[in-house]
Design a protein around this ligand. Structure first.
Ligand SMILES: *Cc1c(COP(=O)(O)O)cnc(C)c1O
Length: 503
């Protein structure tokens, strides 16, 4: 079956997977979605005997139908190798009566590595397939983890450049240091004076700026995105939900066909949408539990049917979820309008203009698979401490948002369905918050290096290479700009770093 992609806003239709990956965002501002959902071709039992790479191949080939099997296999082999510090790639760990799917064993110790270690390969194959000779400029807004994972993935990849914008005061110290120390002549990192939504809005503006696009095209550049608006980010993520389900089948926790719940700490709605896609292709799912931090727009949305970003913005200990406009929700909205681009466009326009929209009753009825709730900062800290004390298991604040919300869900519903929680970052990435939660009096006064060793003792896990490298790395990126200067910054850097193209 050949799968083609349409924009959620109707402006582009019948786009191949490789074209959709190259473009990132559709030119009408919409997101690319598959025209229909393929179905898994192997039985769940067969999938249960596959390793991660085989599972990724079985899932991704369903969506990327203009890639040859050989091309796809090659991308997978390059992506999911010894860069991951666990041979399972994403091991499951049982704690507190549920299963933690550890998605943080890649190079930058957050789940973004799961997709961003393969995206550069998908992108270069796509460029070749479409006879693109321009340099591909990856333009990315980050709430902290995407930026580093994308930089690590694209650094020194021939034919590409990567530009990352992050909110100056909206990322953790480790996240910031990881980005500003990035090597590679094709990398540029700029802090903006604003929050993640400002960064994301600025990037979307640059994408839809037609004159700029033409100006750069003439000089041999074209933009693409490494954000989860890119379908090339989303599809690799579907694989680990299939993998997680089939591990529980393999270890006898569930019978073939029995449904599970997935709990996902959510920001931009990419990760949980991938779980929804896994359900669409044949993974039996009871509930998708959407966990928010104090920025609880999604909780309110699932409860009321109104999405309203007009509210205070909180900086929390889970910065990668400090988001008021969850871009990927547009894909779900499109689905529940019955794939109506006009209706989707109207809602998104209302969001852009007034920061608010309301879905219809029939649309809301189609969201019954989703359960939304949120965790306060206190609940997050308490959850980290509780899990450490009961199970000797140390989790990061994002994962703790998921665990806290899952606790509320169980209490409210009494549902005993086996549940897999997406564990989205290594505790080492947010060490200060984690140690503060466990024992503030004991750990708060330690310096950075001492904290890493303290975490090592607490968790009994090795200090990841990503952290070891960070302790000696040199700062290479110093740019700070206002949101309205982002476009000029893109020009300045591209032209100064490519003197031969600056004609
Ligand atoms: C990006 C991120 C999230 C949120 O994922 P979305 O796909 O944006 O919903 C949660 N936790 C961590 C650690 C992240 O890096």
């Amino acid at each position: 079956m050949n799968i083609l992609y349409d924009s959620t806003r109707g402006g582009e239709k019948n786009i191949t997977a490789s074209q959709a990956i190259l473009k990132g965002l559709a030119s009408d501002g919409g997101l690319f979605v598959p025209q229909l959902f393929p179905k898994l071709e192997s039985s769940l039992k067969e999938l249960a005997s596959m390793d991660y790479r085989q599972t990724a191949f079985a899932v991704m080939r369903l969506f990327l139908t203009d890639f040859t099997d050989e091309e796809l296999q090659d991308c997978i082999d390059h992506a999911y190798d010894e860069k991951f510090d666990d041979p399972a790639i994403c091991p499951l760990r049982q704690a507190d009566g549920s299963w933690y799917l550890e998605l943080f064993h890649g190079r930058t110790i957050a789940f973004k590595d799961m997709a961003l270690s393969i995206l550069p390969y998908l992108m270069t194959v796509s460029a070749k397939k479409n006879h693109i000779t321009n340099e591909i400029v990856i333009l990315t807004a980050t709430s902290g983890d995407t930026g580093k994972a994308a930089l690590a993935g694209f650094a020194d990849v021939p034919g590409t450049s990567i530009i990352v914008f992050y909110p100056k005061d909206g990322v953790s110290p480790v996240q910031e240091k990881q980005m500003v120390t990035q090597k590679g002549n094709n990398t540029h990192v700029a802090a903006i004076r604003g929050n993640f939504d400002d960064a994301q809005t600025g990037v979307k503006k640059i994408f839809s700026h037609t004159e700029l696009r033409e100006e750069l095209m003439q000089k041999g550049f074209q933009f693409s995105s490494a954000n989860s608006i890119n379908i090339g980010r989303l599809i690799p993520q579907v694989a680990y939900y299939v993998y997680a389900y089939t591990r529980l089948l393999a270890n006898g926790t569930i019978r073939e066909g029995e449904a599970v719940n997935f709990t996902v700490p959510t920001g931009n709605f990419g990760n949980i949408l991938a779980a929804y896609y896994a359900g669409q292709i044949g993974i039996p799912i009871h509930k998708l539990i959407c966990a928010s931090n104090s920025n609880k727009v999604l909780f309110d949305f699932f409860r009321t049917g109104t999405y309203d970003r007009n509210r205070p913005f909180y900086v929390t200990t889970s910065p990668s979820m400090d988001i008021l406009v969850s871009s990927n929700l547009e894909r779900l909205i499109y689905q529940i309008t019955g794939k109506d681009p006009a209706a989707t466009g109207t809602l998104m326009q209302a969001l852009q203009e007034g920061g608010i929209y309301e879905i219809t009753g029939p649309m809301q009825e189609q969201l019954s698979m989703f359960y939304g709730n949120y965790a306060t900062e206190e609940e997050v800290m308490e959850t980290i401490r509780r899990l450490y004390e009961s199970d000797d298991y140390v989790i990061d604040p994002h994962t703790a948002v998921g665990a806290a919300v899952y606790g509320k869900y169980k209490e409210q519903t009494g549902d005993a369905t086996p549940t897999i929680l997406a564990s989205t970052a290594s505790p080492y990435k947010f060490g200060r918050s984690v140690l503060h939660a466990v024992d503030a009096a004991k750990y708060d006064s330690l310096n950075d290096t001492e904290q890493f060793y303290a975490l090592h003792e607490l968790s009994g896990t090795a200090i990841p290479d990503a952290i070891q490298e960070l302790m000696q790395a040199e700062v290479r990126h110093h740019t700070v700009v206002n949101p309205d200067e982002m476009e000029q910054d893109v020009r300045d850097w591209l032209y100064s770093s490519h003197p031969s193209k600056n004609l």
